[in-house]
Design a protein around this ligand. Structure first.
Ligand code: NAP
Ligand code: 8YV
Length: 319
């Protein structure tokens, strides 16, 4: 069987399916990676990774016979697609199958922020309910103006789901789209016009710190920021300062600049809801993502057309 190097964490269902087709080698179980690569690198023809771990350069360089990099996720910011392309190696990802789940995560953060879920839940848990404490009122989640940064697959699914809450949708991106939402070419201007700014954009050089102190200030003390895209799109230091001094009302964050590290100053704030990058993390969606990531590996093994190469591989390698 061909050899597969697994760099990311996978489910047991994936491991079972993969072991029927490949000889598996998991980096998490290899103690001396450099030594292992020297003796086994040339055997590896297939790599499975994710958008966080990518394929570190020393590993890529030690795999002279690599045929494909399949990523278990849609975002591929950690993968050096250019380096792979120079060697004719396609990179595949898992678009579409996680779109609705990540959009639901954004809506979950949206509802939790507006309805102050964490504080209400901890009051109920504390046993203080009814002890003369007035119930703090939250703000309605209905009829809000929501600005979406990155109206792609996930951004559009968020917009659709929020229509059920009577939201007016605005969006900012590189291109104006044929959608029934108002386009803003200026992100700060959109932030000023909305009460919730939701980021669903990829993490790359073009989006780095797009949400900076200026955009955060424009969103304002009554505004909420939600990020389900990538942590690098938000200037985290500026965000913490604005949340602490009241320049921004609150934030719901699933992604962070230096995952899995979340700054203590951010964790200490009461006006934030933090989740550990669980946008797609359900049994059903991870199963669909795993299946697609494996189907791409099998297509390459069988000489069939790859199902979901990333756009750059598709264009450069004529896939
Ligand atoms: P997609 O369909 O490619 O959508 C990305 C959108 O971002 C596009 O509309 C694109 O605009 C826009 N965009 C790209 N660069 C931009 C820039 N510099 N300025 C403004 N907008 C820009 O991708 P998707 O499937 O929706 O996924 C989006 C991202 O979500 C992924 O890349 C990943 O980082 C993140 N994600 C997070 C989780 C999680 O667990 N939290 C899970 C999955 C994905 P144009 O239409 O103008 O090109
Ligand atoms: C996962 C993600 O965290 O798809 C993405 O871009 O960020 C998430 O779905 C990850 O890729 C699973 O390994």
């Amino acid at each position: 069987m061909p050899s597969l190097l697994i760099i990311c964490s996978i489910t047991d269902v994936m491991r079972q399916r993969l072991s029927d087709a490949f000889d598996l080698h998991e980096t998490a179980q290899i103690e001396d990676m450099a030594g292992w690569l020297t003796s086994h690198g040339p055997e590896i023809e297939f790599v499975l990774t994710d958008g966080h771990l990518g394929v570190p350069q020393p590993i890529l360089d030690a795999l002279p016979n690599l045929q494909i990099i399949s990523s278990y996720g849609v975002g591929y910011d950690a993968i050096d697609v250019d380096a792979a392309t120079r060697r004719g190696i396609p990179v595949c990802h898992t678009p579409g199958v996680l779109t609705d789940e990540v959009a639901t995560t954004a809506v979950m953060l949206y509802l939790a922020l507006w309805r102050n879920l964490e504080a209400q839940s901890s009051l109920a848990r504390s046993g203080r309910w009814g002890n003369g404490h007035a119930l703090p009122l939250s703000r309605t989640a209905d009829g809000r103006v929501v600005g979406i940064l990155g109206l792609g697959r996930i951004g559009q699914a968020i917009a659709k789901k929020l229509e059920a809450f009577g939201a007016t949708i605005l969006y900012h991106g590189r291109t104006k789209k044929d959608v029934p939402y108002r386009f803003h070419s200026d992100l700060s201007e959109m932030a000023r016009a909305c009460d919730t700014l939701i980021c669903a954009a990829p993490g790359d050089a073009s989006t780095r710190h797009l949400i900076d102190a200026k955009v955060i200030e424009a969103l304002g003390p009554e505004g909420y920021l939600i990020n389900v895209g990538r942590g690098s799109t938000v200037d985290e230091d500026a965000l913490i300062t604005a949340l602490a001094d009241g320049t921004l009302g609150g934030a719901g964050l699933d992604v962070f600049e230096n995952e899995p590290h979340i700054p203590e100053a951010l964790r200490a704030l009461s006006n934030v809801i933090l989740t550990p990058h669980i946008g797609s993390a359900t049994v059903e969606t991870r199963r669909a993502m795993g299946d697609l990531a494996i189907d791409n590996l099998l297509a390459q093994r069988d000489g069939a057309a790859l199902l979901t190469p990333v756009p750059e591989s598709k264009a450069a390698l004529g896939l």
